[in-house]
Design a protein around this ligand. Sequence first.
Ligand code: NAD
Length: 292
Amino acid sequence: MSATLLEGAPIAEQIKADVKAAIAEMGRTPKLAAILATDNKGAQFYAQSQGKACEEVGIDFELCELPADASQCAIEDKIAALNADPAVTGIILLMPVPEGVDGRALQRCIDPRKDVDGVHPANLGAVVQGSTTLAPCTAQAVFALAKASGVPLFDAPMDAAGKGLEVCVVGHSEIVGKPSALLLLDKFCTVTVCHIGTQDLKAHTTRADLLVVAVGKAGLIKGEHIKPGAVVIDVGINRVKTEDGKSKIVGDVVFDEAVEVASQITPVPGGVGTVTTAMLLKNIIDAARLQA
Ligand code: NAD
């Protein structure tokens, strides 16, 4: 078998078109404020790409840089100011935060209606009820790619055979694995969540018609971990060295092996990440509507 590529671009383009139309209809320009209190190169790069994505669709972007040793109080004050600023539609707190600062406590300080990263407990909690409004962007991306793949997702507990999809999510982080699992569970999938403590990973992954992998370990999922014909959504982003001494980005799934077994697979890059960026823009529109 040779799997079809489940690319993120068509989904992302549709979301961006919807976002542009929504901005035109709103008659005001939304604004994203990103708080960066770190020298971490990855976070700086991520902030830059958020700025570019916003610019592309006509959303204002402000990078709020604080020192890499900023205190809890200083960051809380910044969040409070952005919460109170009516010109700011969405707030993102980039990770990592300075050593000794409680990132979770900071996430709780963000006004839930401006929490476009979907990290406030109120928004994470709404995912339990199947809500995708201000849900974590990557979980929404996984869900959108699952829908685009055509796997059976149900709003009610019945189909011809009376059974939902068998899903395995590898990775149980708060903003990727867990919310992805919950969104799929809400569509009557039977979801198994695996993690670092899972004893026999392969026993679970090979039962799945939809396999979502969000770990951050290149090569973790090989061809033998995949049920023939399954749809594979690879969330992982790993930089690995190539033979010529350069480096490249790969997922958690051994792509060359997986394409021989799966029916559809997301590329890395060009799959989940592409949709995740677009979902951030969609969340900014959702936030603007909540605040209107
Ligand atoms: P995390 O470190 O918070 O969580 C990793 C998860 O993997 C944990 O649940 C852990 O228990 C599990 N795990 C670790 N080793 C394992 C093993 N050997 N077997 C099974 N499970 C194991 O990571 P995260 O924030 O959820 O991100 C996961 C990956 O997804 C990373 O590569 C990250 O860069 C990537 N990511 C991609 C996007 C995107 O838009 N494409 C967005 C967010 C994260």
